[in-house]
Design a protein around this ligand. Structure first.
Ligand SMILES: *Cc1c(COP(=O)(O)O)cnc(C)c1O
Length: 429
């Protein structure tokens, strides 16, 4: 291949992959193995010392899983990446090297419901905490930062849809206060949004969604931009100071832009064990080969469905940033130039009861707690994914009782619209 940079469409097929050195297999084999034979005792010692890079044990690294990490890293424009067992595992893995007991993160109020619960409840068990702030209020964001804050966290196209975070403005605040910005890019995918180009330090993904694309896998990925100076503030001792959990290696000075990635493998995956399996990595690699094609159709269908819904008298409002009526429409061209994604919400006249009837009457749509499938999906967030939240939190998160969330698939748009039409007729009769 030539030296000119390859386009996204080419990288999604070729990045991280080469014909198998042992057999010439064109597709990346599923290396279904737990361990790897060392050449000799010296080779083994060098691998454990990180003096030579190679495979030891599949809890740490595996060739199929590494191919996926390298591919997503290339698509996001990062320096290194690690795969994890789920999107939620990826979030813990992203925070793990940065945090410690008593430390906190500042998180956007507009997040996937499960992330809200992970951050507001579960991370307390580690002595970590989260403060939730409206990321459109940059002064409030900056004011929430204290001496114990170690990261700022948001989603690019945020759950449950219709909101686009001004990543340029948020990363400017992160730079000012000297903290890493972590962006969950699950709903956008790197085809629609590349957070590192907008100042993100780390990008996290649930590979369960659009990256795999067909609802077959649970997986997660963390991509490091390699751009954050972990040594500068003294706030990230796991990376900048001798790490007792890895015989005193100071990862940041020693490994430069790869410090976070190596720490995440050598300490994070080794000790937390949130590892992706090679079968899962294979399915996600297959999905990514068609990512751009699918995302184009997802976006086109979402726009058609949102436009149709907005004109329908049975609908109170539609929150899709791809619509000119959206207060976030002006951010699309800058943050996600290839489209506002395919996840959005709409409010049905008739409130909670009409929403429940609508859900019970769809035929083509699947009523599932998932998003980013080839199939169109629907859920009433207030009674499911956002059920753990108070009504005030639900409304703040855009998941009030009269709101339905859809993840528009890649079926024919006319069929998707026809299904919503008949279900709305039943719901509002
Ligand atoms: C699904 C999802 C997650 C969690 O991912 P899992 O793979 O289900 O653990 C996190 N963030 C967003 C935006 C998601 O859509």
């Amino acid at each position: 291949m030539t030296d000119r940079p390859l386009a996204f469409e080419t990288l999604q097929i070729h990045a991280g992959a080469a014909p198998d050195p042992a057999t010439g297999a064109r597709q990346i084999p599923i290396y279904q193995t737990t361990a790897y034979v060392f050449r000799d005792a010296d080779h083994a010692a060098k691998l454990f010392n990180l003096q030579e890079i190679g495979y030891i044990y599949s809890r740490l690294t595996n060739p199929t899983v590494s191919a996926l990490a390298n591919r997503v890293c290339a698509l996001e424009g990062g320096a290194g990446a690690i795969c994890c067992s789920s999107g939620h595992a990826a979030q813990i893995m992203a925070l793990f090297p940065l945090m410690g007991p008593g430390r906190n993160i500042i998180a956007s109020t507009r997040l996937y419901g499960g992330t809200m619960t992970q951050f507001s409840q579960t991370i307390k068990r580690f002595g970590w905490s989260a403060k939730f702030v409206d990321f459109d209020d940059l002064a409030a964001l900056e004011a929430a930062v204290d001496d114990d804050t170690r990261a700022i966290f948001c989603e690019s196209i945020a759950n449950p849809g219709g909101y686009i975070t001004d990543l340029d403005a948020v990363s400017a605040v992160a730079d000012k206060v000297g903290l890493p910005l972590i962006v969950d890019n699950t709903s956008a995918t790197p085809y629609l949004c590349r957070p590192i180009e907008h100042g993100a330090t780390l990008v996290v993904h649930s590979a369960t969604k659009y990256l795999t694309g067909n609802g077959t896998v649970t997986g997660g990925i963390v991509v490091d931009s390699g751009k954050f100076d972990w040594s500068k503030s003294g706030k990230f001792p796991s990376l900048s100071e001798p790490e007792p959990a890895y015989h005193g290696l100071a990862f940041h000075p020693a490994l430069g832009a790869m410090a976070f990635t190596f720490h995440s493998i050598a300490v994070g995956l080794r000790d937390l064990g949130m590892t992706m399996n090679p079968q899962g990595a294979h399915y996600t690699l297959m999905g990514i080969e068609t990512l751009s094609l699918r995302m184009e159709r997802h976006v086109e269908n979402a726009r058609k469905v949102a436009e149709w819904l907005e004109k329908d008298p049975r609908i109170d409002h539609v929150t899709y940033a791809g619509l000119p009526s959206s207060p976030y429409h002006h951010r699309v061209a800058r943050i996600c130039p290839k489209g506002a994604g395919a996840l959005f919400t709409f409010a049905v006249k008739g409130g909670y009861d009409a929403c429940v009837k609508l859900i019970d009457n769809v035929k083509l749509f699947s009523h599932v707690a998932n998003l980013g499938d080839t199939r169109s999906l629907i859920i009433h967030s207030a009674s499911t994914t956002h059920r753990q939240l108070t009504e005030e939190q639900q409304i703040k998160a855009g998941a009030g009782p009269n709101v339905v969330r859809v993840s528009i698939g890649i079926e024919h748009a006319d069929d998707i619209i026809a299904d919503l039409d008949q279900a709305l007729a039943a719901a509002t009769a």
